[in-house]
Design a protein around this ligand. Structure first.
Ligand SMILES: [Zn+2]
Length: 282
């Protein structure tokens, strides 16, 4: 049997045997699911912004320092609408099929909310780095987040010449200062009550699975912030007797030697791998 098929067979078996699945997901999952951060759809969807600000990709664009709040929120309205408030992505829905009958939890550095959109239970998702859905005070003067869904619709409706009207610019209800996206990029990142609650749920899940049959399903996690998912997942695989790591990663599929016999790694396309895993039901 060819080597890929053996890996698929093995992965099928360990997923079948697992009582617990912990998903760790990074940018690679959303890219595989079709959210484009560069390339053709980026060029099309952000055409006017690219012409004006010379953006090269969405990631660097999200760090751009706009010279006015009116311009800033016109850009973010488009980004949030396209990446956060959208129809569920098929790949995420397929992923849900793998875990819905198990005890599962999701830790992710993705901020696009796609696990929630696909139907994963909100209290089983820990989006460590923030969520496009929320605003916070730019000065982090208080620990509260503000749902931006309705604002985004208003901003989109009233944008002219890549600006929203002055009266729609969000202001902090406490200090009166500017608002910011709730994304971790500096020390001002607000971790609200819910963030701490999810962090605790994650801790509890980790305690619970220590001696259980566990699959760590790591997808598209690179080396931007390896301390959040990648390294801890490797540690758990090494330390816990009944924990197996399945790593799906096009760019960094390598696995440390110490856990080679407890890990199955795929550098093939995630869509293909999940499809092949699904064949002849688990
Ligand atoms: Zn404030």
């Amino acid at each position: 049997m060819e080597e890929y098929k053996i890996r698929i067979q093995n992965a099928k078996q360990v997923i079948k045997n697992a009582d617990y699945i912990l998903i760790g997901a990074g940018a690679g999952l959303s890219t595989a699911a079709g959210l484009e951060y560069s390339g053709e759809s980026f060029q099309r969807d952000y055409k006017e912004f690219i012409e004006k600000y010379h953006f090269e990709d969405l990631y660097t664009a999200s760090f751009y320092l706009f010279s006015s709040q009116e311009e800033k929120w016109a850009f973010w309205a488009r980004l949030i609408k396209l990446n956060r408030f959208r129809k569920p992505l098929k790949l995420y829905q397929e992923l849900l099929d793998f875990v819905k009958d198990k005890e599962y939890f999701v830790i992710t550095t993705n901020v696009d909310g796609q696990f929630e959109t696909a139907g994963f239970e909100t209290e089983k998702i820990f989006p460590v780095q923030g969520d496009y859905r929320f605003l916070q005070c730019e000065n982090a003067c208080h620990n509260k987040l503000y749902d931006n869904q309705e604002m985004v619709e208003e901003w989109l409706k009233h944008t002219e010449n890549l600006k929203i009207p002055k009266q729609l610019v969000p202001k902090c209800p406490v200090c009166g200062g500017n608002m910011e996206m709730n994304l971790r990029k500096d020390a001002n990142f607000v971790q609200d009550e819910n963030w701490y609650k999810q962090a605790k749920q994650y801790e509890q899940f980790l305690d619970e699975i220590e001696d259980k049959n566990v699959v760590l399903l790591e997808i598209g996690v690179g080396f931007n912030t390896p301390g959040i998912i990648r390294f801890p997942f490797e540690q758990m695989t090494y330390k816990h007797l009944k924990t197996i790591l399945i790593r799906m990663n096009k760019d960094y599929p390598m696995v440390r030697q110490e856990i080679e016999n407890k890990a199955i790694s795929f550098d093939e396309d995630v869509n293909k791998v999940l499809n092949d895993l699904k064949e002849r039901a688990l």
